[in-house]
Design a protein around this ligand. Structure first.
Ligand code: GLU
Length: 283
């Protein structure tokens, strides 16, 4: 039902069709002006994080990070120029809703492919594999999740990271949930938190931020595999074209280049056995 969105030439006529075909009500898009379809048809709405340096980060109107670079590449392959991308903030807890309510067309937001999420959304990808880890103060004695008994651990609502803690360590750990990882890190800076948990690449990016330098370290013992997928509305017809775009990005070297550029100055080595992954979703 969204195929016409990237058939750039179809625009005007297709716009009305696309919007009405989406049916189901509620999916009026955000940002207004989409009533007649003109505004929505020649742009694509992409959900990203705004507060994860190196991945999805709001630089004050422009956006940077590996998720952003993969999103731009994929959008380009789907026929959209960068000017046609409308960036939408997609915090961990809002991602499924943003897709189900058709407020975004695709999400590139450190979004792990999981069976539970697949009940409500579709995924293309994966385009990167990270692992859950811990960020702790530089002088901390914590070396893994087993050291967290009785400690205050921060993670983000709606993330696989918080869910795994609840499932596997809930009895022994005091889990504090925040809307974003940056909030967790500031709480840790203030001494209220002993560790922050999420994907290693996110933690490394936060640790490398100028304001945090020298204060925190990533423990370096990942205890999960997080396959980053492109979140899509259920039944989206974009999936295989997105996978083809990701494959092309990997083959032509742009994937590697984007990863290296976004990890500059960050103390992080992607898992070379798992990366780059083969985008095999959309079965
Ligand atoms: N990749 C994990 C997830 O999808 C954690 C990172 C995040 O919250 O975005 O939940």
């Amino acid at each position: 039902m969204r195929t016409t969105r990237y058939g750039a030439l179809a625009m005007a006529a297709a716009a009305a069709l696309t919007l009405s075909a989406c049916g189901g009500g509620g999916g009026e898009g955000e940002g207004g002006g989409a009533e007649g379809g003109e505004a929505a048809a020649d742009s694509i709405r992409i959900g990203i994080k705004f507060d994860q340096p190196g991945l999805g980060f709001d630089e004050g109107g422009s956006y940077s990070g590996f998720d952003v670079d993969v999103a731009k590449y994929v959008a380009g392959e789907l026929g959209y120029t960068e000017d046609q991308i409308e960036w939408v903030e997609a915090p961990s807890a809002n991602r499924e809703n943003l897709l189900s309510n058709e407020q975004v067309d695709m999400i590139f937001a450190t979004y792990s492919i999981t069976d539970t999420r697949k009940e409500t959304v579709d995924f293309a990808g994966p385009y990167f594999v990270a692992g859950q880890d811990l960020l702790v103060p530089t002088d901390s004695d914590i070396t893994g999740p087993e050291d967290l008994n009785g400690r205050n651990l921060c993670s983000v609502t709606g993330s696989t990271s918080a869910q795994r803690v609840k499932d596997e360590f809930a009895e022994d750990v005091n889990l504090i949930e925040q809307p974003g990882y940056a909030e967790c890190v500031s709480l840790m800076g203030g001494g209220q938190i002993d560790a922050v948990t999420t994907d290693d690449i996110i933690l490394a990016g936060l640790a490398a931020q100028e304001a945090n330098q020298g204060q925190f370290k990533v423990v370096g013992n990942p205890f999960s595999e997080e396959n980053y997928g492109v979140g899509l509305t259920k039944g989206s017809e974009l999936c295989s074209d997105i996978n083809a775009a990701i494959e092309k990005m990997i083959e032509d070297g742009a994937w590697e280049e984007a990863l290296a550029a976004n990890l500059e100055g960050v103390d992080y080595e992607p898992n070379a056995e798992l990366n780059p992954p083969t985008p095999a979703e959309c079965a």
